[in-house]
Design a protein around this ligand. Structure first.
Ligand SMILES: NC(=O)c1ccc[n+]([C@@H]2O[C@H](COP(=O)([O-])OP(=O)(O)OC[C@H]3O[C@@H](n4cnc5c(N)ncnc54)[C@H](OP(=O)(O)O)[C@@H]3O)[C@@H](O)[C@H]2O)c1
Length: 217
């Protein structure tokens, strides 16, 4: 089945955390890394995040990550089964189209187009199929952990970039890959950047490591 090309991008600390304790947002990316991400955003048709990322981080997901930018960026897509993102979320600001995939039939959301599907149809395959039918040919998945894991589970990864920022997040936090999900050996390219390292994973090796993990659990 046709689906858009999928790029996953995430930033983690030296100790593997993508968020602080309780999902608190932590600035991990350097200025150069943010520019790199904005460059990818400017080239894709849609950016995808999970509901918790919107609730915790309140991102704009536009082309400058600030309020003054009114250039329409890519379509913003939120996976939000229960429809819990707040009405005043930045992604509902109308600067570019926002689409929310949900099973909730009872709430409306000003500033977004809701795509309602039954719970068992809200799979990565069906979501990507729906986006494809809307003319979306490439997407950037920006988190969080649950959504990234769903895309790997579905085998829907064409590029995977991890920026490892030169910081430690202490006091607990959210680890992207827990030790049982060992992905050692799947890096295809490692580049030194201002403020950290950019690791690009080989999607094929990642899938093999991921399936091995699933069998071992
Ligand atoms: N460092 C980074 O690069 C980076 C980037 C982004 C986010 N983050 C961090 O990641 C944290 C959030 O990660 P997370 O794992 O808690 O949550 P998440 O992946 O952002 O969102 C998970 C939520 O999305 C909804 N969802 C997921 N898959 C869905 C599907 N197929 N259909 C419909 N809804 C779906 C679910 O809502 P329902 O339960 O309501 O169904 C679920 O609760 C944040 O604290 C943020 O700071 C870090």
């Amino acid at each position: 089945m046709d689906r858009p090309r999928v790029i996953i991008n995430v930033a983690q600390s030296l100790n593997g955390m993508i968020a602080g304790p309780g999902g608190r947002r932590v600035a991990i990316s350097s200025a150069h890394d943010r520019e790199r991400v904005l460059e990818i955003r400017s080239k894709v048709d849609a950016v995808i995040v999970g509901a918790n990322t919107v609730v915790n981080d309140n991102p704009r997901l536009n082309l400058q990550d600030n309020a003054s930018n009114h250039n329409s960026g890519p379509m913003r897509v939120v996976l939000d089964g229960s429809l819990k993102i707040p009405d005043n979320s930045h992604i509902l600001d109308g600067t570019s189209r926002t689409v929310v995939f949900t099973w909730n039939l009872h709430r409306e959301l000003k500033g977004a187009d809701l795509i309602r599907m039954s719970k068992d149809h809200l799979t990565v395959d069906e979501i990507l199929g729906r986006l494809w039918s809307m003319g979306i040919r490439n997407v950037l998945v920006e988190g969080g952990k649950q959504v990234i894991h769903e895309f790997i589970d579905a085998g829907a990864v064409d590029e995977f970039h991890i920026f490892v920022g030169n910081i430690l997040i202490e006091g607990g936090g959210m680890i992207l890959f827990d030790p049982p999900e060992d992905i050692s050996g799947v890096a295809r390219d490692i580049r030194i950047m201002q403020g950290g390292l950019l690791i690009s994973l080989d999607p094929h090796s990642l899938m093999i490591a991921w399936k091995k993990k699933a069998k071992a659990i």
